[in-house]
Ligand binder design. Structure first.
Ligand code: TYD
Ligand code: MG
Length: 563
């Protein structure tokens, strides 16, 4: 609850209590008489306030689904309402507008408070308890009083931590598993976000099929794929294209959460998939599907269902134009895992990252390729950004290979430079931060004496990748030198290092991991900062020569001389 809302409630409470006290002198007159500040005082009879035991255990949660129907959270029958605020009609969601300044409440919204005339201070309050949850749908409400604090040893007894997660098999499964931290955790709520058309539905349908075909015991297990966006025929069509024929995969097209969970639970699914959180709604909650209140309440209901039944739920979430997950930010706080799928518009590569993971590291990356038959794991991700031409680019000047890291993955990236003399001096960069490119060009001019000022310089990173790590500086500088000097760099040399303003080379983190990948790919030489060379000691990198250079001048003298 917002601080201002709390303040408003306190004010109403104070004003109303004063009024009530005049009528019933037995009512206490300050909040301090109540061990907890709960909105339930709005509906309580005066005698309820005297019961310390009830007040002490009153839940704080705001959600209208926090109580079992007809109870106060402790299994006690609800006391009759005492109408104090707003215009109430039985059986309907009730709202009132409360002035945050004076506490005056009104049945409808006004631009200014009719009591104190303050403008824009009216805040809407749901008075709760109005949305009826059908009997028997108890997953929507926590069973307070059932659970007790448990010893860690008791909790862990009988759980084999190694077999605890639902494993995903095969190259595709391993790639998803790596991002999740080793399989799907039972009872977890996983949110998968990404731009429209990036492949979220395809990814989750493939995961669903994988589990439906073979679960952890090697047996088929039921999986329910619910879509609020597509009809079952459309999902079936997609499954057909992906050659999915799992008998245990159930498709369901619906948008009402209670109905979805009610019809899924009897199937005892191993996993439930909901596509997407912006299309589902919960009856009794204000606002249309996709609105902040609906998204929050639906996610909370799904989380409670997952925790109570131990059935993991994978959720799809849309992103806004700015790249944030649509809906309230609280969504990311509620779920256990947030995965983000990204991909360039004209590239078939898709990266799956973990932004939040309560059960594993967020330092992992899954690499896929979107093919006509669905997403496939990429077997050699390190090389995927090198262009085909590169292997026979022995005679092409202006190409250099950078070694960058993303999460725990190492990628080799091809940087291209073109220095064109005779045209107007201008700079065009693509895939590199323009200010960083300017800095490297200026350092080259000042510290190595290259006369670049009269040339037009074009820089490009192949495959539409963004070079955001400073470890790529040296490759950018090397590509520019190569083009300017018209001296092709042999295609078995890679570059790692950050360039400082004095032209000096600086070391970057995880040198050893980068060098291991480069060596495995058969490179014969790697240029690194001198300081890094020392720290590597006498490591052998499969016969690859490691050359440490102090500054850009040394790099030019080493690489650009007749072999
Ligand atoms: P989709 O999973 O519908 O994306 P999202 O749910 O994130 O909006 O994927 C849509 C794109 O994926 C679509 O442009 C076509 C492409 N695609 C393939 O290339 N191959 C396939 O086998 C499938 C199913 C989709
Ligand atoms: Mg989709």
């Amino acid at each position: 609850m917002q601080v201002s809302e709390m303040r408003a409630l306190r004010l109403i409470f104070y004003t109303k209590t004063q009024r009530l006290q005049r009528l019933h002198p037995s009512i206490p007159n300050s909040l301090s008489s109540f061990p907890q500040f709960s909105r339930h005082f709005l509906h309580s009879t005066p005698s309820l306030h005297h019961s310390n035991s009830t007040a002490e255990t009153a839940p704080r949660a705001w959600s209208i689904y926090d109580h079992a129907p007809g109870t106060d959270g402790n299994g006690n029958a609800k006391k009759p309402n005492l109408d104090i605020v707003g215009n109430k009609k039985k059986g309907k969601a009730r709202f009132s507008w409360v002035c945050a300044d004076c506490g005056h409440s009104d049945g409808q919204w006004w631009g200014a408070c009719r009591e104190c005339n303050a403008v824009g201070t009216l805040k809407r309050f749901s008075e709760g308890g109005s949305a009826e949850v059908s009997e028997g749908k108890t997953w929507l409400s926590p069973k307070a009083g059932e659970s007790r604090p448990m010893r860690l040893t008791d909790v862990n007894r009988g759980i084999n931590q190694l077999n605890w997660r639902i494993p995903l098999h095969g190259p595709f499964g391993n790639e998803v598993s790596r991002v999740l931290g080793g399989g799907i955790v039972p009872g977890s709520l996983v949110l998968v976000g990404g731009d429209p058309g990036v492949g979220k539905s395809t990814l989750l349908l493939q995961i669903a099929a994988m589990i439906a075909e073979r679960n952890d015991l090697g047996q088929p297990a039921p999986v329910v794929y619910v879509s609020g966006e597509e009809s079952v025929e459309q999902i079936g069509n997609r499954a057909d294209r992906l050659s999915i024929g799992a008998d245990e995969l159930f498709l369901y097209s619906n948008t009402e959460i209670e109905d979805i969970l009610g019809k899924s639970q009897p199937l005892s699914p191993r996993v439930i998939i909901v596509d997407s959180i912006q299309t589902v709604y919960l009856q009794g909650v204000a606002g249309s599907a996709g609105g902040p209140a609906q998204v929050k309440e639906c996610t909370s209901a799904l989380l409670r269902f997952a925790k109570r039944t131990n059935i993991p739920i994978l959720l799809i979430g849309h992103v806004t134009k700015s790249g944030d997950l649509a809906g309230p930010h609280v969504l990311e706080h509620i779920v256990d895992v947030v995965l983000y799928m990204e991909g360039e518009k004209y590239s078939s590569y898709r990266l799956l990252r973990s932004l939040k993971n309560r059960f594993g590291s967020t330092d992992e990356l899954g690499v896929f390729e979107m093919s006509p038959s669905g997403l496939q794991a990429v077997s050699n991700p390190s090389e995927m950004f090198l262009s085909d031409q590169y292997s026979d680019s022995e005679y092409l000047a202006g190409l250099a290979v950078a070694v960058i890291m993303d999460g725990s993955r190492t990628f080799l990236i091809e940087v291209q430079a073109l220095c064109a003399s005779g045209s107007t001096a201008s700079r065009q960069v693509n895939g590199i931060q323009a200010s960083r490119a300017d800095m490297i060009i200026s350092v080259l001019m000042k510290q190595t004496g290259l006369k670049l000022q009269e040339d037009a310089i074009f820089l490009n990173v192949v495959s539409g990748v963004k070079l955001s790590e400073t470890a790529g500086d040296l490759a950018v500088a090397a590509a520019i030198c190569s083009s300017f000097l018209e001296f092709p760099i042999p295609n078995n040399i890679a570059f790692i290092g950050e360039v400082g303003l004095g032209g000096e080379l600086r070391t970057v983190p995880r040198m050893e991991k980068r060098l291991n990948t480069v060596a495995k790919l058969g490179y014969k030489m790697c240029i690194v900062p001198k300081s890094a060379e020392k720290s590597l000691g006498s490591h052998g990198f499969e016969g690859m020569e490691i050359i440490g250079c102090r500054n850009l001048k040394e790099v030019i003298n080493t690489v650009f001389r007749a072999h």
